[in-house]
Design a protein around this ligand. Structure first.
Ligand code: FHN
Length: 414
């Protein structure tokens, strides 16, 4: 079972992923050709020669990037941690690396250490900072690997020694407390190689959590496939990394935005199964967060902050025997929470065996009349009488205070 041993991660439930690198400058298109897949994969997917691609650095001048405003916004959305791409597969460091001049200070006109700006903002707003670091794929370095291609591993160990280990040391010593190293796409990294990266992280920052994608089954929490939601509760620590549209890096062509209500439902589903939801934004060439991302996250954030009690520090739910068509459940100690996603005239929950002391609207604390009993079929029920106003709305949450510590459900098999 995966265990980060970090209470903050278990309680966090909601975080912000930031994918930003030189790929943002191409906005999902190179020489009139659209990126066929993820926009941050454009160098690989359109076979852009390294010498051409690296010229992008000379155009990187994100005058509108405001780390303070972004971290504050994430805080307002209720997010508890941020994971930022310190180096993605393109190989470009978004901080001032001393061991490779292909970085955001030495290779660009802006000469800004973006990671430093984010670190300071995270410290100011008491936000945990995690760093994505692509340990194996590096399309700019001869020793680095490529996804979906034949790879020569001949220089990989040398690359790890020359670039990866020193860069890990830099990001773990120069930027304050780092709460996660979010490794990704290990490819054929060996067990020993994964182990040595973990050892370095732990030597420098023992509390820093290692993501599931360090490879060889070694991470401290399970990272699901991108945008994949487990069907059942998962014991142990885990996280779903997810996009708001179809790509991670900025693309001017990707308008396939998810509905904020869908994101709220997924967040609750993930929390109910015991996981964290890490939602991505991809800043544009000037460092602006796309308006659509802000609109979606503002709406999701309003639900999250109004119903924070029913989201943060909730525990993995015991398996409720029914599919709820109108909502979903989360729980913590003596509370069960019903997140309402549909307009209904009254609420009935079957087969909850707990003794209910109180029912209330989570966002106002207002008590709601409720009754318990048994249906004529013999199923125990809790019924809640809804004020008229709530019969006509959705996306609110009802809390139940219970006598017992956790929800207890009757097995419907009998
Ligand atoms: O290849 C990357 C991709 O660009 C993105 O960073 C995601 C985020 O989870 N990880 C890899 C694919 O799973």
């Amino acid at each position: 079972m995966k265990d980060t041993k970090q209470q903050w991660f278990k309680d966090a439930k909601f975080g912000l992923f930031i994918h930003w690198g030189l790929y943002a400058l191409l906005e999902g298109e190179y020489q009139g050709k659209k990126a066929p897949g993820l926009s941050e994969w454009i160098m690989n997917d359109l076979d852009i020669p390294k010498e051409e691609y690296e010229k992008l650095a000379a155009q990187f001048d994100p005058t509108a990037f405001d780390a303070d405003a972004l971290v504050k916004r994430a805080k307002d959305w209720g997010m508890k941690y941020i994971v930022f791409t310190s180096k993605h597969h393109e190989g470009f460091a978004m901080y001032h690396s001393q061991c490779d001049s292909y970085n955001v200070v030495d290779a660009t006109p802006c000469k800004r250490d973006i990671l430093k700006e984010l670190q300071l903002a995270c410290e100011k707003y008491d936000m945990k900072l995690g760093l994505y670091y692509s340990q194996a794929q590096d399309w700019h370095d001869e020793g680095g690997l490529f996804g979906y291609r034949e790879n020569s591993y001949e220089h990989y160990q040398e690359y790890l020694d020359r670039k990866v280990m020193p860069q890990l040391r830099e990001i773990l010593t120069g930027y304050g407390k780092i709460s996660i190293i979010w490794f990704d796409t290990p490819l054929e990294t060996t067990y020993e190689q994964s182990r040595s990266m973990i050892a370095l992280v732990k030597e420098l920052q023992p509390d820093c959590i290692i993501s599931g994608r360090i490879g060889n089954g070694l991470g401290e929490y399970m990272t699901t496939g991108d945008n994949f939601i487990p069907r059942l509760p998962y014991e142990g620590d885990w996280e779903v990394p997810a996009t708001l549209n179809d790509t991670w890096g900025y693309s001017k062509h990707d308008h396939n935005w998810k509905d904020p209500e869908e994101i709220i439902r997924l967040l609750v589903k993930i929390n109910s199964c015991g996981g964290n939801y890490l939602l991505n934004v991809g800043p544009d060439p000037l460092g602006r967060i796309p308006e659509e991302s802000l609109r979606i996250l503002d709406q999701v954030g309003s639900y999250v902050t109004a119903n924070a009690e029913a989201i943060f520090a909730t525990k993995r739910m015991p398996l409720y025997p029914y599919m709820l068509t109108f909502g979903d459940l989360t729980c913590k100690s003596h509370h069960l929470y019903l997140h309402m996603f549909k307009k209904v005239p009254r609420i009935e929950l079957l087969n909850v065996l707990n003794h209910v002391k109180r029912a209330y609207l989570v966002h106002t604390g207002e008590d709601l009349p409720f009754s318990t009993g048994a249906t004529c079929e013999g199923d125990g029920f809790i019924r809640v009488a809804l004020p008229e106003e709530y019969q006509k709305r959705a996306y609110y949450c009802i809390g139940f205070e219970l006598e017992e510590e956790m929800p207890i459900f009757q097995d419907i098999q009998g």
